[in-house]
Ligand binder design. Structure first.
Ligand code: TXA
Ligand code: MG
Length: 320
């Protein structure tokens, strides 16, 4: 199959109307989108991604009004967050209604919903009479794509169209928030920081990983992994252990005289965690193409988007 890369929304609309999968840009990462109301389209997405069917999909729509058509209710805390952060990198776990099939939610009674903040994709969503399911447009287990080219490298030949929306602004996936007994719980940290959620709700927000009876399927450990072995930690300590192996370094701001420029990436020379998140996945891909033994990645400060970056690095560092 020939894969086109362009901004042809009319073509994307046509393809989605005929149950094909199309890669779409969002502000977080590129998604592999299909008609959420078509079993055929949903099955195609799982197959193209090589994704286990027990891992549910996020529903993408263009307005709070349409989102509310797919759920039993939008509780007050969810409403507050939606009004503040949509369109944006926030996914809400809400009680689904019968319009949403169990294929999408992997038999859960909750559906994950978000309104992505990208002009092309918002325009596309407004053109369609159905919402889109869209997992990140990478083969299962690999680094999420933040440009049309990244999608092409891995899904080229398998899908008819990649809508080209440039390099994604936020660069890491959406923050997933659910509620239990009216209390907000972070299931995946992402493009909206914990601090921003807590400031909005005036509440402490628990993390799902500290809550052993909660299982978010998205919390599979070996996500976001490059092919090259990655170690994460304090760089000086990592260099002591692995400095003798051919390596590259991923750091926030530091530079190293013992390595050529090609083998070290500063995620943000001014130390901005937002800029670091924006650059993270593309940088991991770049270093993954070098002929080296390992990538040494610096642990980030834990505030703001640092928590989400560390989460991605930890998963990338998890070796079976
Ligand atoms: O930023 C994003 O969220 C991107 C863009 C494309 O929107 N999408 C994305 O999708 O990251 P994906 O499929 O790569 O990750 C979605 C995560 C998965 O880990 C999945 O387990 C979790 O969301 N998820 C989806 N529906 C869920 C549900 N009903 N209950 C619990 N977790 C759910
Ligand atoms: Mg993903």
């Amino acid at each position: 199959m020939q894969t086109l890369i362009n901004q042809d929304i009319a073509l994307a609309t046509h393809l989605l109307n005929t149950n094909q999968a199309v890669a779409i840009p969002t502000e977080t990462v590129y998604g592999l989108a299909g008609n959420a109301f078509s079993e055929e389209a949903v099955a195609k997405i799982f197959a193209i991604k090589n994704r286990p069917t027990f891992n549910p999909l996020i529903l993408h729509t263009h307005s709070l009004a349409t989102a509310s058509q797919f759920v039993q209710e939008i509780p007050p805390h969810a409403q507050l967050l939606a009004e503040k952060f949509w369109p944006g990198p926030l996914t809400l776990l809400l009680k689904k209604n019968t319009l949403i099939s169990d294929l999408i939610t992997a038999d859960s009674s909750l559906v994950a919903i978000r309104i992505p903040n990208h002009p092309l994709t918002l325009k596309l969503l407004r053109n369609l009479s159905f919402p889109l399911v869209a997992p990140s447009a990478n083969p299962f287990g690999y680094i999420s794509p933040t440009s049309a080219q990244h999608v092409m490298e891995q899904l080229g030949g398998k899908i008819p169209l990649i809508l080209d929306g440039g390099s994604t602004q936020v660069g890491i996936e959406s923050t997933i928030i659910g509620f239990e007994n009216n209390q907000p719980i972070i299931y995946r940290c992402g493009g909206i920081s914990r601090e921003a959620i807590e400031d909005t709700l005036h509440l402490y927000c628990q993390s799902a990983q500290h809550n052993t009876h909660l299982h978010a399927p998205g919390r599979l450990k070996s996500h976001y992994a490059p092919r090259t072995r990655l170690y994460m930690g304090d760089l000086d300590a990592l260099l002591e252990t692995h400095g003798n192996e051919p390596h590259a370094i991923l750091s926030l701001t530091r530079t190293f005289n013992h390595l050529p420029a090609s083998h070290q990436i500063q995620l943000s020379s001014k130390g901005s965690l937002q800029e670091a998140a924006h650059n993270l996945f593309a940088s991991m891909r770049t270093l993954d193409k070098l002929n080296i033994q390992c990538i040494l990645a610096e642990i980030m400060p834990t505030h703001g988007l640092g928590a989400a970056i560390n989460d991605r690095l930890e998963r990338a560092a998890h070796h079976e």
